[in-house]
Design a binder for this molecule. Structure first.
Ligand code: PEP
Length: 245
């Protein structure tokens, strides 16, 4: 059985100093044996990635950027390079978060390139997908989720590790968590789809208003391999309450 994954998306929060304080506090509270059965992934805002790298360097906590450019280097003012993130120890990368798709018009071609780039560089991509409320209300949840996955995973090496994060857009930052039945149905179908597409090494996270009080039920659902957590990951104690369910 694969390890459970607890991934923190800090979005545009935390100064380098606040990020370092979180890391120090987290490491004093988490027990070593926790990592025998679990993985912890942190996605800080980019200015704080170096501070996180310094604090977590000799730990089992993984970290990486929330978004990268499709090219590794060059004249792309303001962009983030995967290679530079890797140079400071990044092992993971968030790709295709709905906020990137919605506010920054990240399209499927770019998302597919980014997944490929990560796999080429041996960085684990955490690929987000999910439907909007409108999609769900018009019974298009599976069509939309499958389309996003098909596009993002076109011509991908199926032997490499891939982490997917099912994040219904209507549940992100809204306090409106998906019901167990809704999560179960999507995770089951996505699991089958990935298996039938020959992917051998993948996990599926759920994300969207996860808190300690709803996480216990969600983690018991088949094919829920962990969580991608926004708001509740910003404080060490609330994040740890989810990690130690
Ligand atoms: C997210 O940012 O991916 C997320 C799931 O946020 P929240 O947990 O705050 O809904």
């Amino acid at each position: 059985m694969s390890k459970k994954i607890f991934a923190a998306n800090w979005k545009m929060h935390k100064t380098p100093q606040q990020a370092a304080e979180f890391a120090k506090n987290f490491l004093t509270k988490v027990k070593d044996d926790f990592f025998n059965h679990n993985e912890v992934m942190i996605f800080p805002q980019n200015f704080s990635l170096a501070a996180i790298a310094t604090e977590f360097k000799n730990s089992k906590v993984q970290y990486g950027p929330q978004q990268i450019h499709t090219e590794l280097k060059g004249a792309f003012t303001g962009e983030n390079s995967l290679e530079l993130a890797q140079a400071i120890g990044a092992q993971i990368c968030l790709i295709g978060h709905s906020e990137r798709r919605q506010f920054f018009h990240e399209d499927h071609t770019a998302i597919n390139k980014k997944v490929k780039l990560c796999l080429e560089k041996n960085i684990t991509p955490i690929l987000c997908f999910g439907e909007t409320l409108e999609d769900r209300q018009s019974n298009q949840t599976f069509d939309v989720c499958f389309k996003q996955l098909d596009e993002a995973l076109t011509n991908i090496d199926t032997s490499k590790r891939l982490v997917l994060a099912y994040e219904p857009v209507w549940a992100i930052g809204t306090g409106q968590v998906a019901t167990s039945d809704q999560v179960k149905e999507v995770h089951e179908k996505v699991f089958q789809k990935m298996q039938s597409s020959s992917f051998k090494n993948f996990q599926i996270l759920y994300g969207g208003s996860v808190k300690a009080d709803n996480a216990k039920e969600l983690i018991g659902i088949p094919h829920v391999d962990g969580f991608l957590i926004g708001g509740a990951s910003l404080e060490v104690d609330s994040f740890l309450r989810i990690c130690y369910l």
